[in-house]
Design a protein around this ligand. Sequence first.
Ligand code: NAD
Length: 440
Amino acid sequence: MNIVVIGSGYVGLVTGVCLSSIGHHVICVDNNKKKIQQLKAGQVPIYEPGLEELMRACTKKKRLKFTDSIKEACQQSTVIFLALPTPPKPNGDADLTYIENAAREIALHMNSYKLIVEKSTVPAETGNRIHRTIVLNLPRKYKRGDRVLLDFDVASNPEFLKEGSAVDDFMNPDRIVLGVESKKAEKILREIFKPLKTKILVTNTASSEMIKHASNSFLATKISFINAVAQICDRVGADVLKVAEGMGFDQRIGRQFLDAGIGYGGSCFPKDVNAFIHLAEKNGYDFGLLKEVRRINDLQWASFVHLAEEKLWNLKEKNIGIWGLAFKPNTDDMRHAPSVDIIARLKEEGARVKAYDPKAMANAVSIFKDICLCDDPYKVAQDADALLLLTEWPEFKEVDFVQVRDAMRQAVIFDGRNMLDAAKLKKLGFEYFGIGRGRL
Ligand code: NAD
């Protein structure tokens, strides 16, 4: 199958590379010329485990190409995946300008049947809008009166990959959702995903768009639920780790996404929860539950800083070490990472901040102007009055805590992800504070 993927970011590049690796001919498009140059040189501009090796293998087999021209790519292909940004507008609604612009450009260069597939996360009804944009912008030669003479379809195939395990998630998905309006579109999409052995759910475009928004919002709800439970655990002397374990054994609940911490971040959950609230509002429904999910999430990082302030007495002129900046482990992505808000608040309070992240340092340089970025966790600990663990990178479990303790001015650790062994740290003489750990 000849496939184009427009947008070569976290989703687009993984989609393009993986589709190529299962046998398709893929052209990845991006309007960032520098990114395209890097990709042509075999370099992956993001950190995603396994992606670079797979990309090189596909390029070698001549099944993967890169270009900055939508026109050139679309004219050579039948199926066009849109993996473009859908960022939030100031009012929380999804900004669909990138999608509209791409749809217009595709229309202008259509030369045969095309199947346009939404991979981006978009509100329900976006498929209809793409369809209308294409009809409005098709060259005159393809129209007679209000009749369209060139056949095309718009479909939805939401992406459920997780940054940090994106290649594996794409290749071994829990399910594939196909939102289609014609048998032809369904047949093509089934053919594309045939090599991936998993459940395929076929529905209409609006239901498929809703599945993605509802799934992300439900996961965010689970996180906020356990974070609210953690707040009460702290007050009544319960341990949220045990509470989550006990809840998780119930198969109706499940243990996943019951990790209390400093809240969800990243480019998806905050944006998608907002967009879903807004979509509901536009359609006359007040989704109060999701507003509460958002409020609890915003409280979570703020109460973590408050805990640090309470235990450290004053934050002013304190040396604070930060372990982990990315919004989650195994990625360099810092979009809406809780670390950004936490560090800003610490700076406002007059603390001196040093930080380290295994992969996000290049992105951190462009975000933080006035903190010291170190190249290992021990340098961060040097003379620190406290360490704040913000991202659960496995390497933080492996550090030599005796060396860390001896380097610090005060051996105090705030574990924003409940990942460290509290008993071991206490034995070594640390003061340890987790999230919702009660009497620990
Ligand atoms: P991203 O910002 O990493 O990538 C988007 C890419 O599109 C960028 O490389 C950008 O340069 C390119 N682009 C912008 N305008 C363009 C244009 N006119 N022509 C060609 N390229 C253009 O975004 P992402 O994280 O890959 O997310 C893309 C979509 O997928 C969003 O809707 C997001 O919500 C959704 N999504 C993301 C994830 C995730 O984990 N990141 C998971 C599932 C779904």
